[in-house]
Design a protein around this ligand. Sequence first.
Ligand SMILES: [Zn+2]
Length: 410
Amino acid sequence: MNKIASVFSGLLLCIFPVISQAQQYDLLIKNGHVIDPKNQIDSILDLAIGSGKIAKIAKNIPVTQATKVIDATGLFVTPGLIDIHTHVFVGTRPDKFADGILSLSPDDFTFKSGVTTVVDAGTSGWRNFPLFKNQVIDKSQTRVLAFLNIAGSGMSGDPDQQDINDMDSKLTSLTVQKYPEIIVGIKIGHYEGNEWTPFKAALEAAQKSDVPLLVECHLPQLPLEEQLNRMRPGDIITHSFEKVSERITVVDEQGHVRPFVLSAQKKGILFDVGHGGAGFWFTQAIPAFKQGLLPNSFGSDLHRYSMNSGMKSMLNIMSKYLNMGMQLKDIILRATWNAAKSIKRSDLGNLTEGSVADIAVLSLLKGNFGFIDSGGNKLEGNSKLEAELTIRAGKIVWDLNGMAAQKWKN
Ligand SMILES: [Zn+2]
C-alpha cells in the first residue's frame, strides 16, 4: 500500500465510525408516551427509525444519532392504526348506482387520522380484484389489503351481487392463494335472499384458503344466531352495533345483550365496529360495552357518505369509546395489535424493533366535544383523539401542526 492510500484508509477508519454513529437513524421521536400493546410498552420513551424500520425504542437515545429529531412531549406514539373495514375500490360499474361508487381514495382520508393500513371489505370479488389491485392497491401509499367478496364482481350493484351462480368458492379461494400478501379474508354481505348458499360458499372459500370470514352483520333474511353458530373462532362480524328495523340487534329491547351473542364472543367470534352510515348506535354500543361485549377492532366502514356523517374517521370512533369509558391503552390495542391479529398479519400493528415504521403520533385534546351515532344521537364528552403526525414506512405522510417542519425564515 502506498503512503497516500495508507493515510487515506487511516483517515476513513477515523472518520467513518463517527459519521455512521452521528447519522445512525433517519428520524428520532423524543419523549413521546409510547403505547405498543403487543410488546406491553406503555411509558415515556424515545423511538428511532432507520431505513423505514423501527430501529430502537429506549430511554434517552442521543439526538446526535439522528438526522432529524421530533419532540413528542405530551403526545402518544403508537403503531400506525389499522382499519379493517373500508371501501376503496370504485369498481367496474359505477353507472349502475353500484355500491362501488361509495368508495373513496384511501390516501385522502387515512393519514389524517393516523391510519396506515386499510382493509377493503369486499368491494371487489375474484373477477375484478386484478383491476382493484392495479387501480388502487399498487398506487396507494396507504397499505391496502382486502377481504375478497364471495360475489364474483364484489359490490357491483344488483342484480350481479345477488347472483348465487356467481358465488364460486373455488375461484374465490384460488384468487386468495394467488395474492396471499394482499387478500386477508373472504367477505359475505349485501346478499338479500334467504338462501344459505352464499354464506356456505363464502365459508367454504375461507376454509379452503385458511383465512377469516368477514360477515356483514345481520344478513337481513338469515337469523343472526344461526350465522354466529356457523362462524368459526377468528371469523369476524361487522356492523356489530347496528339498529335497523328489519335486523336482529345484539342488544334486546330490554337493554340486555342477547345470550347467544355473548356465547359467540366466548367461542372466539370477533366483533368489529363497522360504523359506516348506519352501523353504530349508542343504544346498542353503550349497553353492550357495559355488559362486556367490547369490539375487537374499530373498522370504520369508511366510504364517501360515512365520513361526512357521524362516523367521520376511525379516530372519531376511538374517541367515542374513550368517552364511553374505555381506557386509552385498550383502545390502542384494538386499533393496532388486535386488528393485525384478526387479519393474521402479526407483522403489523406493533413497534417491535425491525418491523416496518408505520407510526401514529396522537394528541389527546381536552374540551367540550360531541360525538354522533348513525341515528343522529349525540354523546357529549371531554376527550378527543387527533393525529398530529403519521409515518408510513419511515416517511412522514401527515404533519398537522408542522412538528417535523422547520420554522420559516424571511
Ligand atoms: Zn362496508
